[in-house]
Design a protein around this ligand. Structure first.
Ligand SMILES: *[C@@H]1O[C@H](CO)[C@@H](O)[C@H](O)[C@H]1NC(C)=O
Length: 281
C-alpha cells in the first residue's frame, strides 16, 4: 500500500499536470494592475481581476487576430457592483480609426440587474451599442460569453444563445481589416455604468473581483501584409457562421424580453437619422 506521503505526492503531481495543461493566462496574455492567477477545485485556471481604490486590472493577448471565435467563462462581481465595469473585448488598439468588438458588464446595486453592453466599432465609429439584461444572475456562477467574428458578421453569444448579430453590409463600415487583440478588464466606470452615472462605486465594499476561466481563441493570425491568414484547423465551424433561423429567433427573443438600450431607437442621439444598418436586415 502506498504511504500517505506518496499518495499526496502523486496528487500534487496530477494537480500540476492539470494546471499546466490549462495555464492560459500567462501563456497568452500580458497582465496589468491587479490580476491574480489561481486554480479552482477542478484544476481549471482562474484569472481574477481585482478592483480597489488604487487600481483595477487587465489582461491583453500578446497575439492579434483577424477573425475568430473567442470564448471565456466569467463570474461577475457579487453583491454591490454599482459603478464597476467588467469586460471581454477585442480591439485593434487606441487611435481615432480603431476597430473594436465589446462585451461590457455594467454593475449595479445589490439585487438590481447587471446590464451587458455590446458594441461594434469600425474605423473609430462606435455608436452601435445594444444593452441587455441577463436572464440569470451573472455573479452567482460562471457563464460562457463568446464573440464570433468573421467576414460576414459579428455574433455575441451568451452560453448557448445568440444574443446579437451585427451583419456586414458591403457599403457600410465593418471591422474587417485590422487585427485585434483580446482584452479583459475590471475598472471604475462610475461616470457611465450604473443608472447613467448616478450610482458610484461604493469603496467600503472593495475589493471587487471578477473571475475568468476556460478561455479559448479559435482564431486566425494574419501572416503579414497582403499575405493570407494562418487559420487553425476547424475554422469552417465559425468562419462562415451566420445565424440560423432558430438563432435569429433567440436574438429576437432577447431583443423583446431583455433589451435595455438600442442605438437604433435612440433618436436623441441621431437627430439627423439613424445609422444605415438600422433599417437593413
Ligand atoms: C440598475 O438597476 C436599476 C434599478 O433596477 C435599473 O433601472 C438599471 O437599468 C440597472 N442597470 C444599470 C446598468 O444601471
Amino acid at each position: 500500500m502506498a504511504s500517505p506521503a506518496a499518495v499526496s505526492a502523486v496528487a500534487v503531481a496530477l494537480a500540476l499536470l492539470v494546471a499546466s495543461a490549462d495555464a492560459w493566462l500567462h501563456e497568452e496574455f500580458d497582465t496589468e494592475g491587479n490580476v491574480r492567477a489561481g486554480y479552482d477545485a477542478r484544476g481549471q485556471q482562474v484569472a481574477s481581476i481585482v478592483l480597489d481604490r488604487q487600481s483595477g486590472g487587465a489582461f491583453r493577448s500578446r497575439r492579434s487576430y483577424l477573425y475568430g471565435q473567442f470564448s471565456v467563462q466569467i463570474k461577475l462581481v457579487p453583491g454591490n457592483s454599482a459603478g464597476t465595469v467588467a469586460s471581454f473585448y477585442l480591439s485593434s488598439g487606441d487611435g481615432p480609426r480603431h476597430d473594436e468588438i465589446d462585451m461590457e458588464f455594467m454593475g449595479n446595486s445589490t439585487g438590481q440587474p447587471v446590464a451587458l453592453n455590446t458594441n461594434v466599432w469600425a474605423n473609430g465609429d462606435g455608436k452601435k451599442e445594444q444593452q441587455f439584461y441577463l436572464w440569470f444572475d451573472p455573479a452567482a456562477d460562471y457563464h460562457t460569453y463568446t464573440i464570433i467574428w468573421n467576414a460576414k458578421n459579428v455574433i455575441f453569444k451568451v452560453d448557448d444563445l445568440f444574443l446579437r448579430c451585427f451583419t456586414r453590409h458591403a457599403d457600410l463600415p465593418y471591422p474587417g481589416a485590422k487585427p485585434m487583440a483580446v482584452h479583459a478588464t475590471l475598472w471604475d466606470g462610475s461616470y457611465w455604468a450604473t443608472q447613467r452615472g448616478k450610482v458610484k462605486v461604493d469603496w467600503t465594499t472593495a475589493p471587487f473581483v471578477a473571475s475568468y476561466r476556460g478561455y479559448s481563441a479559435d482564431a486566425c493570425v494574419p501572416a503579414g501584409a497582403g499575405r493570407p491568414l494562418a487559420c487553425p484547423a476547424g475554422t469552417g465551424r465559425w468562419m462562415r457562421r451566420r445565424p440560423s433561423a432558430a438563432e435569429r429567433g433567440t436574438v429576437a427573443w432577447a431583443k423583446k424580453n431583455y433589451m435595455r438600450y438600442n442605438y437604433c431607437d435612440d433618436g436623441w442621439r441621431f437627430p439627423k437619422g439613424f445609422p444605415a444598418e438600422c433599417s437593413r436586415g
